[in-house]
Design a protein around this ligand. Sequence first.
Ligand SMILES: [Zn+2]
Length: 452
Amino acid sequence: MKATLDHVGIAVTDLQAALAFYHDALGLDIEPGEEVATQRVRAHFVPVGAASLELLEATAPDSPLAKFVDKRGPGLHHITLLVDDLAAALGQLQARGVRLVDEQPRPGAEGALVAFIHPSSAHGVLVELKEAVATRTARVASPSSLPVANRSLSHDTKDAKEQVVEKGVRIGIIGGSGLYEMAELTDREEKAIATPFGEPSGPYVIGTLRGRRVAFLARHGVGHKLLPSEINFRANIYGFKVLGVEHLFSASAVGSLKEQYKPLDIVVPDQFYDRTKGRISTFFGRGLVAHVAFAHPVCATLSRIAAGAAKAVGATVHQGGTYVNMEGPQFSTLAESKLYRSWGFDVIGMTNLQEAKLAREAEICYATLALVTDYDCWHPDHDSVTVEIIIGNLLHNATTARQAIAEAIVRVNGERTCACKDALATAIITRPEDVPAQVKMELDPIVGKYMK
Ligand SMILES: [Zn+2]
């Protein structure tokens, strides 16, 4: 068994003082911190050569780390070794009579597989084995100058899961923060990703749902704090790309422009019409010109999966239709609503078009579940709709969206065959040698494979 040191975890009781020691006294660089709510710890990585120190401070008295410190005091908490084949390594260790906390690999952070060796067999040290992931997501994909806080923090020694879980996060979901409030989502962690375009709407909530690793993002931020026009669409999609997401499901509330799309129905649009004003909707520019095809703005394959899943959970689903993306935040005037109807458009919302554009540029498949909350103002019943009815519809739709998403992710299988995965293959106009180095570096997760 060949193993290399990934990092050494050190439990501290005063993180700021510990950071000051490593930074001021030892002259080491400190990476941005990360708070992992599920573990109730705050962590900072301090790179030392090829490996790192991980300074860990408990954020709550009932945190496993706090209990560790109570019992054993601050100091060495664990070491993490990287191995090529974790299952084989565990087999070898078992054959040698080594006591394991996890007899099978289980998913840890970043979709990596991990397993722990019991301290009683490792001379008092908790040893985490981690299988090296080919795409170590942000740490590899982004230059080190970008503050990406995404390191593994998988110290809990819970029982190994029987379920076979795929390694990487290939499926993303963007929608309301209520979407990931489901008991089925296990092994949760929050990951904050800083991007060259600023902060995404919030941390990505990564967890295991029906055997798949999935990443959720609350589009309007936790607590719904961002207007549609305030959303950093580029950062949101870039973050999904850095995580390795290939399939992105969107769920969002829309108004209906047609009688037949009743409140609580779901429309899976296949077209968009842009009524936004000056929103940034491209990763390109600054010396790198690219024009992706956008005649068919959503992924047909993923849209079929989304529609099929929504039907399977009992929703009334309309496949196809045009989503008018208005600027907001005000709803439409009667004149606008009537105009959109006269043009044959189907539903109206405020957010999905920018996501679809950026997902296409990032070669991510994108599909929308547009959940009808009410009729737009053209409808004679519009004025008689009460706040209670609208809130009731929103809650009902949130439940439907959670069920449909859970159903949809198990239907995403195999390698992609759609055109989305090669959207940039013929789109980049600027010659690689003419692209400014800074732009190449910033867009490496998206264009890196075309810039060799
Ligand atoms: Zn696709």
